[in-house]
Unconditional design. Structure first.
Length: 146
């Protein structure tokens, strides 16, 4: 057995592994997700166009004070034009809302849901991964008068 052949095989395997790792790194997507919120002691206005990633979103959600009556947080994916808003009603209870055909001609329809924290956090992870997320919750359609 030729000792050089074994060495070349090892080098080839190392190079192939490095190429695989480079491929994995290239799968990272740019996300254009902004948020706005109102919480006790912290307000982020829509006009600020504040960028957010998943880890910061989870932190902001965890810190929403359910004893503050005006608490909410909204995430806007500017690339997919999807938007979801949450209100924390209790330690482990949330209201989620998705406007239907939002924009200047919005006719008042929305999907809404009241649920526990785990389904909300699971759905939010999918929202940030930009994969189908809507089916994670049991939505009901409602209409707001305006």
């Amino acid at each position: 057995m030729n000792p050089h052949l074994r060495s070349n095989q090892t080098i080839q395997q190392v190079i192939e592994n490095e190429l695989e790792r480079c491929d994995v790194l290239s799968d990272v997507k740019y996300q254009d997700i902004t948020y706005h919120m109102d919480n006790r002691g912290k307000t982020v206005h829509r006009k600020e166009n504040a960028q957010i990633d998943f880890l910061k979103a989870m932190n902001e959600m965890e810190n929403l004070d359910w004893n503050y009556g005006n608490n909410y947080i909204t995430f806007d994916n500017n690339k997919t034009r999807e938007c979801v808003q949450f209100i924390r009603k209790d330690k482990d209870w949330w209201y989620a809302e998705v406007l239907i055909n939002s924009g200047p001609n919005w006719d008042g329809y929305a999907w809404s849901c009241d649920t526990e924290s785990k389904p909300i956090m699971d759905m939010l992870r999918l929202f940030f991964e930009e994969v189908p997320w809507f089916g994670m919750l049991s939505w009901k359609m409602r209409r707001f008068k305006h």
